[in-house]
Ligand binder design. Structure first.
Ligand SMILES: Cc1cc2nc3c(=O)[nH]c(=O)nc-3n(C[C@H](O)[C@H](O)[C@H](O)COP(=O)(O)OP(=O)(O)OC[C@H]3O[C@@H](n4cnc5c(N)ncnc54)[C@H](O)[C@@H]3O)c2cc1C
Length: 492
């Protein structure tokens, strides 16, 4: 019987340094583990850094995990995995408390309690913020400062994970783009989302699902890729490169901002879940083909509440205290990802996934606003605990390990992005989706396959050829196996 290599014990490789990666690394280090944290980009290029809203947690008097769960289930349109949503809603308040202990200063009200904002789909004020709409920036800045000072965490910046290492059906580490091989009993992917695969997006350019491809190439299952959430209020500014898609947080609608159509009339409940609001805007744009935006009227909202949104708009030449802001939906959040259990384990032994790259099933077909940052922390803590329980790599594993290369271009071509936007956007049809199966980019092909397999309309996935939800698909998830099959699974 070969003896395990003791030097590997309690070691972890974490790939991606957004909220999920930073917090997972920190939780593991607090347990005494040694961690290597790989970060491909500057912090400002993570979605976490850009997050404007905040974290959803049942903290208000009269609120409860049960109510938060109810809202999450309702927003997810019958596709939420209840056990995952239960974990999130029960553990989110403790995550906020831990971040506070770590030095994140959340905004407070005049009584010194957390100031709580309202966002779409929530039945109560439930969102904690830091610095108004600077929540992501503040959290990432604080966590990265702690990580940088933590001697148990070795941060490798400017390197990309290019492949996972696999030995005997178990992930044993990663290969970086400079050729280095990092071995560990547990590898955690926290590589973020995939919304930048679509031509119009609120996400940083790197959010193209690279972790999903790494995991899939190594034999892990993916799920729910047909569920891309389109955020209703992304600024339309085609004439200004880099400005189109700037997010205007939903919290501004929570403070009373209105959506107006070309006739200056309201056409939707501004605080309905995002799938509903986005599709209502889509219908307005179809009704008025000359127009590419509806108007967000935030003239009655106190600009002091959202200083960084207001200054970003002013840089675009828009004064939100007097101008109407042109907005339209943009790809924003990938509900699907690497299939994980409630401890963040993927279907490949030794491989974990946390944050937007993971699919616990918690968001169903439509993520409830601000549940995703909470997810990074709740499941990051769980991933760290579970990963530390992995057995050391067996003797000889390093020598035997094979790199499972995804063989994908890191960035999609502009053409692939436009095809995804056109054919797998707010409204889809089998004909368009079928043509995505021949795209150059493997993520586009996988998304096309998942969207074809779900022959119904539900949440963010709207099929013009199947315009109603199919009750037989309630609670069922489209899983793409390593054998490239699309199968339907029930998740409890
Ligand atoms: C504009 C905007 C506003 C948002 N507002 C909110 C909000 O208010 N509340 C909320 O809950 N959610 C919000 N979201 C969503 C939320 O921010 C994200 O879901 C969450 O931050 C994802 O965190 P993450 O750690 O999983 O990924 P990210 O923060 O995206 O980090 C991913 C990291 O992985 C790295 N990476 C990727 N591939 C590789 C590779 N191959 N090798 C090495 N590194 C790699 C990236 O460089 C990056 O460092 C918002 C998103 C956006 C874009």
């Amino acid at each position: 019987m070969p003896q395990p290599q003791r030097s590997d014990q309690r070691q972890l490789v974490v790939v991606g340094a957004g909220a999920a990666g930073l917090y997972t690394a920190l939780c593991a280090a607090r347990e005494g583990a040694t961690v290597t944290l790989v970060s491909a980009t500057e912090l400002s290029e993570t979605s976490s850094y850009w997050a404007q809203g905040g974290l959803a947690a049942a903290l208000a008097p009269g609120d409860s995990a049960a109510l938060h769960l109810q809202d999450t289930l309702r927003a997810g349109r019958g596709a939420v995995r209840p056990s995952a949503a239960r974990v999130l809603t029960e553990e989110a308040p403790a995550a906020v408390a831990d971040l506070t202990r770590l030095g994140v200063i959340f905004d407070s009200d005049s009584a010194g309690a957390n100031a709580l904002a309202l966002e779409g789909g929530h039945s109560m004020r439930r969102i904690v913020h830091a610095g108004g709409a600077q929540t992501g920036q503040r959290i990432v800045a604080r966590l990265s400062a702690i990580v940088a000072a933590e001697e148990r965490i070795d941060v490798v910046t400017g390197s990309r994970a290019q492949a996972l290492l696999v030995d005997d059906g178990r992930c044993s580490g990663v290969v970086l783009d400079d050729g280095r091989r990092l071995f560990a009993p547990a590898t955690v992917l926290s590589t973020g989302g995939a919304a930048a695969l679509w031509a119009r997006t609120t996400n940083p350019a790197g959010a193209v699902g690279s972790g999903l491809l790494l995991a899939h190439a190594a034999g892990a299952a993916l799920a729910d890729l047909e569920f891309m959430q389109f955020h209703p209020t992304a600024v339309v500014a085609h004439a200004q490169p880099g400005a189109d898609g700037l997010l205007v947080t939903e919290a501004i609608r929570g403070e009373g901002a209105l959506l107006l159509n070309g006739d200056g009339e309201r056409f939707v409940d501004e605080l309905a879940p995002r799938d509903e609001v986005s599709r209502a805007i889509y219908r307005e744009l179809v009704r008025d083909p000359g127009s590419d935006a509806v108007a967000l009227d935030m003239r009655a909202v106190d600009p002091a509440l959202f200083p960084n949104v207001v200054s970003a708009l002013r840089r675009l030449g828009l004064d939100p205290t007097s101008d109407l802001i042109p907005v339209a939906p943009a790809a924003h959040y990938m509900m699907g990802g690497i299939v994980t259990d409630l401890e963040a384990r993927s279907t490949l032994a030794g491989l974990f996934a946390v944050g937007e790259c993971a699919c616990t099933g918690l968001h169903g077909a439509n993520r409830l606003a601000s549940n995703s940052l909470s997810e990074c922390f709740v499941f990051g803590a769980r991933a760290a605990r579970a990963a530390l329980g992995e057995l050391p790599l067996p003797a000889g594993s390093r020598e035997r390990a094979v790199a499972a290369v995804a063989g994908a271009p890191a960035a999609p071509s502009r053409l692939s992005q436009q095809r995804l936007w056109r054919l797998a956007g707010l409204v889809r049809h089998a004909d368009g989706l079928s043509s995505l199966l021949d795209d150059d980019h493997p993520m586009v092909r996988l998304i096309g396959a998942a969207a074809l397999a779900r022959a119904e309309s539900r949440g963010a996935h709207w099929r013009a050829d199947h315009p109603a939800a199919d009750g037989a698909l309630d609670g069922r998830h489209v899983v793409l196996t390593a054998a490239q099959e699309a199968i339907l699974q029930d998740w409890k």
